[in-house]
Write a protein of this length. Structure first.
Length: 119
């Protein structure tokens, strides 16, 4: 994925990923309730996402459609995080995550299952 989205733009995208296609006014209403943004802020961010190719607008009603799947953004953000903070090493990322939390036995088992599925 070549599109870099900032945290505020990701909030707009998250509404579309959760709710599906919506009119911009509805996206604005959700974000007003969730983060207190006014309509103008949301519309500005929608337009930025459109310029980046992340959102497509259709009429009537300025309906917004996410062009980028959430999984693609998650993968790109994870790759950037691993590269930037962990020298490209997934092992170091996991060591950092596991070293900072007290995991339950169930969480440890889920991680083992994931690793087995991937291996």
């Amino acid at each position: 994925m070549d599109v870099k989205l900032f945290d505020s733009e990701l909030k707009v995208m998250d509404v579309l990923w959760r709710e599906g296609d919506l009119p911009a006014r509805q996206v604005a209403a959700v974000l007003e309730a969730e983060v207190g943004w006014n309509v103008n802020t949301t519309y500005t961010l929608i337009k930025r996402c459109m310029k980046k190719g992340a959102i497509q607008r259709t009429d009537p009603g300025f309906r917004c459609h996410a062009l980028i799947p959430k999984e693609a953004v998650q993968a790109a953000e994870t790759d950037e995080l691993v590269g930037k903070l962990f020298d490209g090493s997934v092992d170091k990322l996991f060591a950092s995550l596991l070293g900072r939390r007290n995991l339950t036995a169930e969480q440890v088992q889920r991680l083992r299952d994931i690793v087995e599925e991937l291996g």
